[in-house]
Write a new protein. Structure first.
Length: 72
């Protein structure tokens, strides 16, 4: 499972959650979805941080940090 899938699933969850709230679902279901939302988001962040599908370049010894979109 890669980062794009995790972000897509978390986004879909939040869109469905918002739609169900607008539709006026029962309060118990709203509470359950609200309680599960942080778990879904934390899982997505974890998957993004642990994703190894793209190899980022190593920084040289004189670089403390860098951006991929900036020239060296």
């Amino acid at each position: 499972m890669n980062a794009k899938f995790a972000i897509g699933l978390a986004t879909l969850y939040l869109v469905v959650y918002t739609g169900l709230l607008a539709a006026g679902v029962p309060l118990a279901l709203q509470g359950a979805l609200f309680t599960a939302a942080p778990v879904v988001l934390i899982w997505a962040v974890y998957r993004v941080l642990k994703d190894k599908s793209f190899q980022y370049p190593e920084l040289s010894k004189d670089e403390e940090w860098g951006y991929l979109d900036e020239p060296r």
